[in-house]
Structures are given as structure tokens and as C-alpha cells.
Write a protein of this length. Structure first.
Ligand SMILES: NC(=O)c1ccc[n+]([C@@H]2O[C@H](COP(=O)([O-])OP(=O)(O)OC[C@H]3O[C@@H](n4cnc5c(N)ncnc54)[C@H](OP(=O)(O)O)[C@@H]3O)[C@@H](O)[C@H]2O)c1
Length: 340
């Protein structure tokens, strides 16, 4: 007997990621019975447009989850900690965009198309990886299957939308004040982000890396089932771009690798699109990636730093593959695999 179509909820529906989740759901690839739009008391009662109709935003409370089968949540870590256990107890599958549960042993951390089987282990909560980790998983999984990753070094150039609506508005205001020579007091970032880059995303850890950088290390290990022998490090930098994270990636492999062969492999990898021809100055940029679903790869070259190494540039829409798109894909997998 096939299961009934699920009742969905989007928690954080008024936020940057929430709105993108709604845009993707509106593309009609997920079949559902009903959908609720949840946010905090602040937005409760306001209306949100979805599929050409206005819907009322409802305040998230425990009772709201009584008849929800799958919740797509992007309302911050504290909100997830507050509602995910309650929702799970009521039989709802809570797909969470925050970092609150990502490293918990009984919470699968999944990129659709990379480690879908891990979804079967869920106990009510499924975590969506951090945006900078997410975009790297599809190409890295394909490369690892063939060449076996030994060491990974990632440098990120991350868009302000990764820090939410407040940060997007701050970039605009900061640019405007800079252009007329007025002083600007930043609040979403430690320093002015207009015409600048900031080598700090999230708080510093004891080892001198930031939490964002350690997320890339720890989440990559969990998703790709890498053990401690595989060395991973990251430097995460905020840049004055609205949408689209870029990453310069250096990988050392166990096996012999060459750029030509790797290019062919990535050309045929699901979810990945090559923009890689230096003879025509073809490589990916965040402006091209914004609003699109693929992870774009270019500048693939044999490494001159490692014997069996590759270097490449990886760009994706951080609000899509880095958050909303993977959340929707996970909901789709949960439905297809009948895990709700
Ligand atoms: N932006 C990204 O690229 C990205 C990527 C990966 C993961 N994430 C994660 O996704 C989450 C949301 O990020 P965002 O960028 O979309 O933030 P945002 O634009 O600030 O939106 C936050 C959303 O959460 C809701 N919310 C806040 N407190 C709530 C509460 N107590 N109860 C119910 N809803 C509440 C807000 O509703 P109101 O309208 O009522 O305030 C709003 O809808 C964060 O955990 C973030 O770390 C973001």
C-alpha cells in the first residue's frame, strides 16, 4: 500500500532560506497533501505568496506539529533546538538547516545524491549540512570514489546571503554610504563588508580555526564517511557578493590522477556542471551560479603542490544547494523512500 501524501510545514518561511525553499517547492517536484508556513510571533498573521496565492504565516508552537509529517526548517539553531525534539516526538520528520544537530550521532547529515542511505537511520531529525560543505560534496564524492582522497584544503569566498536577510541589507547600506563618503557602523559583520573581505565567519575555536571552518572539516568527514587519517582544513572568508559561494579547492589523492580524466569524470557527475575552458576564459563565477541548481566546477588543473593532486574552483548558489535545494531534495527522498 502506498503511503498518503505528506502534510508539510516550512519553519522560517519568511527568512532568506525559507523563501528559497518556497520558490523550489513551487516548481512542483514534491508531491504533498497540505503545507503550513511557520515563523515567529513577529511575522505571525502576515501573508506570504506561494504558487500565486496569499497564505497566512502561523506562529510556530508545539501544537502546530500535531498533523505535520515533514517539516523543512530554517529558523536558526535555537528555534530548531526548541521545536525539533517536540516535532520528532509527534512523528514529524524534521529536516533542519541549522547546525544544532549536525554532529549528533543519531542524526543523519545528508547531501541528496551523495549519502542517501544514511537517511534510513533517522530518528525524527535529519540535518542539512553547512553551505560551504554542501557544494563540495557532489564533486568530492565522485573524485573520492575513483582516486581516494588523502588530504583536502579549501579556501572559501562566501556571499553575504549566507548570514541572512540582515547581512544582505547591510551590504547594500554599506555600499551606499561608502559611495557618498559617509562613515558606516557595521553590525552583521565585525568590519565593513563593502569593498572589503573579512577572514572570519562565525566565532573562533581554541585551535585558531573558526566554527565555520571546522564545520567543513567535521561535516565532510561525517557525510563521506572519512576517518581521521584524511586531513581536511579550511579558511573561510566573507566577500561582498550577494549570492553564490566560491571555493578554491586543493586535493591530494592516494591514486594517480590527472586533470583531463578528472574533467571527464566530473562532466558525468549528477548535480555538477563544468565551466572549464581557459582558452575561452570559461570558469564559474557566483553571478552565473545565482538562482541555479548545479554545482559549477572550473579551473581544473594538475596540482604542482602534490604529486597526486588536483586544484579546482567550485561555485554554487549558497541558498540553493547550500541550503534550500538540498532541504527540498531531502524531503523528496524521505517521501520516495517512505521514511515518514
Ligand atoms: N543563508 C544561508 O545561506 C544558510 C545556509 C545554510 C543554513 N542556513 C541556516 O538556516 C537558518 C535560517 O537562515 P536565514 O539566512 O534564512 O535567516 P533569516 O533570513 O534571518 O530568517 C530566519 C527565519 O527564522 C524565523 N524565526 C526566527 N526565530 C524564530 C522562532 N523563535 N520561531 C519561529 N521562527 C523563527 C524568522 O521568522 P520571523 O520572520 O518571524 O522573524 C525567519 O523566517 C539558520 O539556522 C542558518 O544558519 C542558512
Amino acid at each position: 500500500m502506498t503511503k498518503k501524501m505528506p502534510n508539510l510545514a516550512v519553519l522560517g518561511a519568511t527568512g532568506v532560506v525559507g523563501r528559497e525553499i518556497l520558490n523550489i517547492l513551487a516548481e512542483n517536484k514534491v508531491e504533498y497533501n497540505s503545507i503550513k508556513f511557520l515563523a515567529s510571533k513577529r511575522s505571525a498573521g502576515s501573508t506570504i505568496e506561494f504558487k500565486g496565492e496569499n497564505h497566512t504565516v502561523i506562529e510556530a508552537t508545539d501544537d502546530v506539529f500535531d498533523d505535520i509529517d515533514i517539516c523543512l526548517a530554517s529558523a536558526g539553531g535555537e528555534t530548531s533546538k526548541r521545536f525539533a525534539p517536540v516535532a520528532a516526538k509527534k512523528g514529524c520528520v524534521f529536516i533542519d538547516n541549522s547546525s544544532a544537530f549536525r554532529m549528533e550521532n543519531d542524526v543523519p547529515l545528508v547531501i541528496a545524491g551523495v549519502n542517501d542511505e544514511d537517511l534510513r537511520k533517522h530518528k525524527g531529525i535529519i540535518a542539512n549540512p553547512n553551505c560551504s560543505t554542501s557544494q563540495l560534496m557532489l564533486p568530492l564524492k565522485a573524485l573520492d570514489e575513483k582516486y581516494k582522497v588523502k588530504r583536502l584544503i579549501v579556501s572559501t569566498y562566501q556571499a553575504v546571503s549566507g548570514a541572512g536577510l540582515k547581512a544582505i541589507n547591510e551590504l547594500t547600506e554599506n555600499i551606499k554610504t561608502n559611495l557618498v563618503g559617509m562613515p558606516y557602523e557595521p553590525s552583521a559583520f565585525k568590519y565593513e563588508i563593502a569593498f572589503n573581505v573579512i577572514p572570519q565567519i562565525d566565532a573562533f575555536c581554541e585551535n585558531g580555526y573558526t566554527k565555520e571552518e571546522m564545520k567543513v572539516t567535521n561535516e565532510t568527514r561525517k557525510i563521506l564517511h572519512f576517518d581521521e587519517s584524511i586531513k581536511i582544513s579550511c579558511t573561510a572568508v566573507r566577500v561582498p557578493v550577494y549570492i553564490g559561494h566560491s571555493e578554491a579547492v586543493s586535493v591530494e589523492f592516494e591514486n594517480k590522477v590527472n586533470a583531463k580524466e578528472a574533467r571527464e569524470l566530473l562532466k558525468n557527475t549528477w548535480g555538477v556542471e563544468l565551466r572549464d575552458d581557459i582558452s575561452t576564459f570559461t570558469y564559474p563565477t557566483p553571478k552565473d551560479a545565482a538562482g541555479k541548481n548545479p554545482v559549477y566546477i572550473g579551473r581544473i588543473r594538475d596540482s604542482i603542490a602534490f604529486d597526486n593532486g588536483l586544484e579546482f574552483f567550485c561555485v554554487a548558489d549558497n541558498l540553493r544547494i547550500g541550503a534550500a535545494l538540498n532541504t527540498v531534495r531531502l524531503a523528496q527522498k524521505v517521501i520516495e523512500m517512505e521514511l515518514y
